[in-house]
Design a protein around this ligand. Structure first.
Ligand SMILES: Cc1cc2nc3c(=O)[nH]c(=O)nc-3n(C[C@H](O)[C@H](O)[C@H](O)COP(=O)(O)OP(=O)(O)OC[C@H]3O[C@@H](n4cnc5c(N)ncnc54)[C@H](O)[C@@H]3O)c2cc1C
Length: 214
């Protein structure tokens, strides 16, 4: 068995472990080791590129699928009582946390370009919710009603405006609602940037399956 001495062990080399390693190594003189049981990144290697404070807070993703199922159910059973009739919305603290977190990304982008030499490609794209039918329009209106204080962070596009802005979108789309503060990064490069920055600060990376401490 190999023996190593270190002040801190971080288990897991995904975006969270690498971010902890980077910031801890930036702020302290502790010796730090990141261990991963196989190659670094699992969830972080499949996605995690969306920085979507509004999108996540108003229940996009699974929320859309859920609401579409409800809409279909309502069409097929007009008299059936429904327990829920609107997208699931996260509490305000989640939205505020996400907005503050997003606002920190431009500085982090510059910092990691300089300290790690990696550009994780922050793109201020906004996030478009595409509408294909009346149910989608109803869903989008519900979203807007749920966040009246953020109405200036939303922008509506009719079909013509949408296709002018996004010429490669399906012609079946009849409009969109854009969440202006929702951006994206390249998730793989973000993990790489944290990892390279951490390594430059002296963090050790080790691949191992079993760990015994004393
Ligand atoms: C399809 C998909 C889409 C997503 N889209 C987004 C998005 O757009 N925006 C967003 O913010 N988030 C998104 N997420 C969520 C995001 O990817 C995760 O929240 C994030 O990557 C989690 O990072 P992590 O470091 O905690 O976990 P992981 O990236 O899973 O890293 C965990 C690491 O720990 C290692 N490990 C596990 N057990 C051990 C052990 N016992 N010993 C040693 N090492 C171990 C694994 O090998 C792995 O490398 C998405 C996730 C998925 C799957």
């Amino acid at each position: 068995m190999e023996k190593h001495t270190t002040d801190i062990v971080i288990a897991g080399g995904g975006v969270i472990g690498m971010a902890v390693a980077y910031f801890l190594s930036r702020e302290s003189d502790l010796s730090i080791t990141v261990i991963d049981q196989k190659k670094p990144g699992n969830a972080s290697w499949s996605s995690a590129g969306g920085l979507w404070p509004i999108g996540e807070s108003v229940g996009l993703g699974c929320g859309v699928i859920f609401f579409k199922s409800l809409s279909r159910h309502r069409r097929d059973n007009p008299n059936a009582p429904l327990a829920f009739d609107r997208p699931h919305q996260m509490p305000d603290c989640f939205l505020n946390y996400s907005l503050i977190s997003n606002a920190m990304f431009p500085d982090l982008w510059e910092e990691l370009k300089e300290n790690a030499g990696v550009d994780f490609r922050l793109e201020k794209t906004g996030l478009k919710f595409l509408m294909y039918d009346e149910d989608d329009i109803a869903y989008a209106k519900q979203i807007q009603q749920g966040i009246p204080h953020l109405v200036n962070q939303l922008s509506w596009q009719n079909q013509e405006q949408l296709h002018k802005e996004e010429p490669y979108i399906s012609e079946k789309a009849i409009g969109s609602l854009t969440f202006l503060p929702d951006h994206q990064v390249n998730p793989y490069l973000l993990v790489q940037a944290y990892r390279d920055g951490a390594q430059k600060n002296g963090v050790k990376m080790r691949s191992c399956r079993y760990l015994v401490t004393n």
